[in-house]
Design a protein around this ligand. Structure first.
Ligand code: SDX
Length: 390
């Protein structure tokens, strides 16, 4: 029997799988994908090469990479029925909800569940990595009343996404910075959305349902949704002088400071360090951002007040400033996180299938037993004039 002392809220420190995909040392601030440091991948790899590494467990040869990139290019388009469905979405709806619905809708078109067939696995991986950016960009244009832009086969993955979003070819530096952002967000051990993907995968449902459930989990403000909230917070703070009182108020009211803290990292997230450097590169090339000084002061004040608790910037803190400089609206920050993280989810989906057992944890029951059912007319409760129970 499980005892209360064995219960770990939020499953803190509880291993739920054996995995060789990525590794985090939260005390030293180390992140590796398949044993390779995130800094090396950010500097030298591309998002698609990194995705291949995560999903197939090794760096591709030149030919393998060319073939993978070619397949992704070929599958970027989405069916007109999916576009038509998206046209019916309310333009006020959040892009993460649009993405979750659209990702799930892919299952209507490619629903075969041949999970023991490597070709099916490959097709599903390619389709999801290829089509998710197209769906994010399509919703962005359609909610403005415009037709979506078709993908351009002569552009690489990240340049094509920025092109579909802004209807013009991006500056090569902007496209490279964006690609590094995707690499940084691609995978991060058993975070909430990956766990959600694994639980869904463990029922042997299709990969589109796996990704749709993970997108829904990523959306929350305690997880991927924090990047959007960070920008709202910087706007609210408004000036460097307001940072101290703002932080003190949040601490006094036991509120969370968005973009700070992490279940695993007790030092600054290594991805936040790289994102900050990317932001600085962009500010140098495309002009300064007034919020950067506020962000720097916020990092300093939070370290001063909460550093002893191990609360430092996480991946969501500086990413918004980078995306803002790339002219990306703030409610697309989390969908962009999803574009990147789909590779990690798929890597865990594939790994889960090799040793699957359905996730079915237990609970510690705290309710009563042997209660008696009371018919509704005998229940002692007040009823108002409209006949509603109070
Ligand atoms: C991501 O898990 C991953 O790997 C996720 C991720 C990935 O790549 O997949 O890295 C991406 O989700 C980053 C996190 C984005 N979320 C935020 O920025 C929201 C703000 N942060 C927090 O709410 C919080 O730090 C979490 C959700 C990230 C972690 O939550 P935990 O591990 O459950 O920690 P907790 O809420 O129990 O806090 C522990 C203590 C508390 O103090 P005490 O009650 O013990 O005195 O630390 C304090 C908290 O109050 N604390 C914070 C804080 N984060 C923790 N206090 C103020 N502001 C914060 N942000």
């Amino acid at each position: 029997m499980t005892t209360v002392s064995e219960f770990k809220p939020g499953l803190e420190g509880v291993p739920v799988t054996l995995s060789s995909i990525s590794y985090v040392d939260g005390q030293k601030g180390i992140l590796e994908y398949r044993g390779i440091g995130i800094e090396q991948l950010a500097n030298q790899s591309t998002f698609l090469e990194t995705s291949y590494l995560l999903i197939w467990g090794k760096l591709p040869t030149k030919d393998e990479l060319v073939e993978f990139e070619h397949e992704i290019r070929y599958h970027r388009r989405i069916k007109y029925r999916i576009r038509d469905m998206m046209k019916c979405f309310p333009e006020t709806g959040h892009p993460m909800d649009a993405l979750q619905t659209s990702a799930a809708a892919l299952g209507l078109f490619y629903s075969r569940r041949a999970l023991d067939n490597p070709e099916y696995i490959r097709e599903a991986v390619v389709r999801l990595i290829a089509k998710i950016p197209t769906m994010v960009a399509a919703f962005q244009l359609m909610r403005k009343g415009n037709d979506p832009v078709q993908p351009r086969d002569d552009l690489d993955y990240s340049a094509n996404f920025l092109y579909m979003l802004n209807e013009r070819e991006p500056d090569p530096i902007a496209a490279r910075v964006f690609d590094i952002c995707l690499t940084l967000h691609a995978e991060h051990t058993i975070n909430a959305s990956t766990f959600s993907a694994m639980v869904t995968a463990s029922t042997l449902t299709d990969p589109y349902a796996v990704v749709a459930s993970a997108v829904g989990t990523l959306a929350g403000p305690l997880h991927g949704g924090a990047n959007e909230e960070v920008l709202t917070m910087l706007e609210e703070i408004g000036s460097v002088e307001n940072v101290g009182p703002y932080v003190d108020h949040l601490i006094a009211t036991k509120s969370k400071i968005m973009g700070f803290g992490h279940r695993v990292y007790k030092v600054k997230d290594p991805r936040a360090t790289i994102l900050q450097e990317l932001g600085e590169q962009l500010f140098e090339k495309f002009g300064h951002d007034e919020y950067y000084e506020i962000a720097l002061e916020l990092e300093r004040v939070v370290a001063d007040r909460l550093g002893q608790k191990g609360i430092y910037p996480n991946v969501d803190f500086y990413s918004g400033l980078v995306y803002r400089k790339l002219n990306i609206p703030s409610d697309l920050f989390t969908p962009i996180f999803a574009i990147a993280r789909v590779s990690g989810w798929l890597a865990h989906w594939k790994e889960q299938l090799t040793k699957n057992r359905i996730f079915r944890p237990t609970q510690i029951y705290t309710g009563s037993h042997n209660e008696t059912y009371i018919p509704i007319h005998e229940r002692n409760c007040a009823i108002n004039l409209e006949g509603e129970t109070l």
